[in-house]
Design a protein around this ligand. Structure first.
Ligand code: UFG
Length: 350
């Protein structure tokens, strides 16, 4: 019984690898290292560098490692980029998931856990939004995930594969023990951007939109700690391994924070002030999205870090490490201090 984790060298996949190790299970990682890093995969976890869309490769892995479950994280995840380059997202997130599913069905795989997103809901008419709400994505990213969800439901119905689809809300934080965090090059996520600004790696940050129909005019999101989310995958997989039926579940805490509330919390946790500038709305952003996650809790999922300042503190600790590693590298190579964050983003934390 072995689990294959696609995208296990990335942010959420990497934390899920740690959650497996913490309970004494060693998975196998398949990652093309396009955004993930080799250093993120612990040395006792086999890493196969390859493409999830390579049917022959995945078929061989299923056969030779007697894989019973695939956790599929590998994807492109930046909403505004998906608006600018939709076909890239349909290829990476939908076409490659189709190939992966072909290999899974061909190999008689039993269990599949799919990383979907709250982006499938678009601007829901009610929040908290339950899984029963009608999906209506606002971005090609959300649509690419929804199309994969549909393929998975139909493919499962036609064979013995059972699946869990997890719709993530806004994932943040970092491993509390400091083993892993968000290192993806060019990350655009709010908490990461705010922390980079607090650490003076950006001169200021933008707040996109101030005229949304929300209490302070900025967008409201449900931020979920990545380590809690990683453990949600264990609950989902255990449910399938214990004979449970296929399900689609929201992963969030059921509480929303506005962009301004998050920025203020980052200021308090980091203990510094920094400049924000008001900018126009960002394409593809829904006004407010908060999870109804009652169904996930019924599986036995017990969040440990439902606490925004704690989540920011863990992410802050990680960002400080990235900053220190990049600064040391910069000093060694005599590099000129850079204006953007790309060198920091590539820095590997030992
Ligand atoms: N934001 C800013 N300034 C920034 C970055 C973000 O104002 O520098 C705002 C955004 O406009 C948005 C909010 O902060 O209103 C959150 O933006 P993120 O980029 O952190 O996250 P998104 O809500 O766009 O998307 C994330 C994931 C998706 C997922 C979605 C579900 O990236 O995969 O949450 O809500 F689908």
């Amino acid at each position: 019984m072995t689990t294959l984790i696609t995208g296990g060298a990335g942010f959420i996949g990497g934390h899920t690898v740690l959650a497996f190790l913490d309970r004494g299970e060693i998975p196998i990682v398949l990652d093309d290292l396009s955004t993930g890093s080799r250093e993120a995969v612990p040395s006792n976890v086999p890493l196969v560098v390859g493409d999830v869309g390579d049917i022959e490769l995945v078929s061989r892995l299923i056969r030779t490692h007697r894989i019973d479950a695939i956790l599929h994280f590998a994807a492109k995840i930046i909403v505004p980029e998906s608006v600018a380059d939709p076909l890239k997202y349909y290829l990476s997130n939908t076409v490659k998931t189709h190939a992966l599913l072909q290999a899974a069905v061909k190999g008689n795989l039993k269990h599949f856990v799919f990383s979907s997103s709250a982006a499938v809901y678009g601007n829901p008419s009610f929040t908290p939004v339950s899984e029963a709400a009608r999906p209506s994505p606002l971005s090609p990213y959300g649509m690419s995930k929804l199309m994969s969800e549909y393929m998975l439901v139909d493919a499962s119905a036609a064979c013995s594969l059972r699946h869990m689809t997890l719709r993530y809300f806004n994932v943040a934080g970092a491993d509390p023990a400091g083993r892993h965090g968000q290192s993806t090059p060019g990350a655009t996520h709010l908490i990461k951007v705010a922390l980079e600004t607090a650490l003076r790696r950006r001169p200021y940050m933008s707040i996109y939109g101030s005229d949304y129909p929300t209490p302070d005019g900025t967008c409201v999101r449900d931020y979920v700690h990545v380590s809690d989310l990683a453990r949600a995958h264990l609950s989902a997989l255990d449910h399938l391994r214990n004979g449970g039926e296929s399900q689609t579940l929201n992963c969030g805490y059921g509480r929303g924070y506005s962009v301004r509330e998050v920025v203020d919390s980052v200021r308090r946790v980091a203990g510094v002030d920094f400049e924000t500038r008001q900018a126009p709305r960002r394409a593809g952003d829904p006004a407010s999205i908060v999870a109804d996650s009652d169904q996930l809790k019924k599986l036995g999922w017990k969040p440990e870090f439902d606490d925004l300042p704690k989540m920011i503190e863990h992410a802050h600790d990680w960002e400080k490490k990235l900053t220190a590693v990049a600064a040391a590298r910069e000093q060694r190579s005599g590099m000129v201090r850079f204006a953007d964050n790309s060198n920091y983003a590539h820095a590997a934390v030992p």
